[in-house]
Design a protein around this ligand. Structure first.
Ligand code: DC
Length: 223
């Protein structure tokens, strides 16, 4: 198989993107980049600096100084924001909501896309997000668009939360997912959208290994 492909995986929250991307990257010995974690890190930076989403000048200077590093770790990449490991903090509910809100801001997206393109420039990369196949890498070698029904997605997030010891109701998770789907798909710039040339996968009734195999087979056949 040719090494060095750029693989884009887009789709709504909890559709199976990151779990699949992570395992696929390990199998292909590719770099895995979770672009959502970068928006989450931005949201946390704004929160830490008490910057409101309307304060454009302050956001601009925050972005000029921001340092987001993604460090490989066998149990899942570490996200380092301005030298601090924020991998766990950025998964909390307040940042989940704020990341979707900050992601509508043009200068935030411009900066993130710039960083994402830099990371992906040498290929051998799998990046997941909302606009990877449409905006970040419109010429990606492979583009996948993952979906799953809302009940399945809510259940997945509920199980993940339970494993982390968080006691959340299925209803509250479903409500949060619906809100985010709406916000991410209806923003003006780079909304969550299927690229015209993306391959669709509905993961509602698929196991994780089936999802990984599905993508692997396609990539293994080459372009
Ligand atoms: O993938 P995630 O759920 O961790 O992403 C958090 C938020 O970041 C998501 O609700 C919208 C935003 N995001 C984005 O706008 N573009 C991306 N490529 C990835 C995430």
């Amino acid at each position: 198989m040719k090494k060095g492909y750029v693989i884009a995986i887009d789709g709504p929250a909890a559709s199976g993107k990151s779990t699949t991307a992570k395992l696929l990257a390990a199998r292909l010995e590719y770099v895995y980049i979770d672009s959502g974690a970068m928006y989450r890190a931005c949201a946390l930076a704004a929160l830490q600096n008490k910057i409101g989403l309307q304060e454009r000048k302050k956001i601009k200077s925050m972005l000029d100084q921001i340092d987001i590093q993604i460090k490989y770790h066998p149990k899942g990449n570490k996200i380092i924001l301005n030298g601090e490991d924020v991998s766990k903090r950025i998964r909390k509910a307040d940042i989940t909501k704020l990341s979707s809100e900050i992601a509508v801001i043009d200068i935030v997206r411009k900066k993130m896309v710039e960083l994402q393109r830099k990371i992906g420039k040498d290929g051998a990369v799998i990046m997941d997000g909302r606009d990877i196949g449409t905006v970040v890498f419109p010429n990606a070698d492979f583009k996948f668009f993952m979906i799953a029904d809302i009940k399945t997605r809510a259940k997945r997030r509920w199980l993940e939360a339970k494993e982390k010891g968080e006691d959340l109701s299925l209803e509250s998770i479903e409500k949060e997912l619906r809100w985010r789907d709406e916000n991410d798909a209806n923003r003006k710039i780079s909304p969550l959208k299927r690229a015209k040339d993306a391959i669709d996968i509905d993961t509602s009734d698929m196991s994780i290994s089936e999802q990984v195999d599905f993508l692997y087979k396609i990539i293994n056949q080459g372009k």
